[in-house]
Ligand binder design. Structure first.
Ligand SMILES: [Zn+2]
Length: 117
């Protein structure tokens, strides 16, 4: 139950301050630095890139962004519909989405970044 290698009890040095913190901690309790990679598989799954393609999402956003097409594509139906009725937030919202996408920060409905081309 309490094996030292259990992901629940295991500790790892913080990426930022090197304090021993829980291996599944998302943030260091000492310095607040965000922890990623080499973490538990559950968190690794969450940080996996989306299976949606950035190129497809980008093209949809570029040509059909005012209809929220790229948001429908990644499964964000509610905000996609909002974009549809506001014409992509009068173009501003879709432009923000496009910039987020280019910079690798646009996420799908599971919160996974869309980075695969
Ligand atoms: Zn730290």
């Amino acid at each position: 139950m309490t094996s030292p290698h259990s992901p629940i009890t295991a500790t790892m040095p913080c990426r930022s301050c090197d304090m021993e913190i829980s291996a599944i901690a998302r943030e260091c309790p000492y310095c607040g630095a965000e922890q990623f990679d080499t973490r538990s598989s559950a968190l690794a799954m969450r940080d996996m890139p989306s299976d949606k393609r950035a190129l497809t999402t980008g093209l949809l956003c570029l040509f059909l962004g005012v209809f929220g097409a790229h948001r429908f594509y990644v499964g964000k139906y509610v905000t996609g519909f909002l974009q549809l009725v506001t014409l992509g937030g009068l173009g501003i919202w879709m432009l923000v989405d496009l910039i987020m996408l280019i910079t690798g920060q646009f996420k799908d409905k599971e919160g996974r970044p869309i980075t695969e081309i």
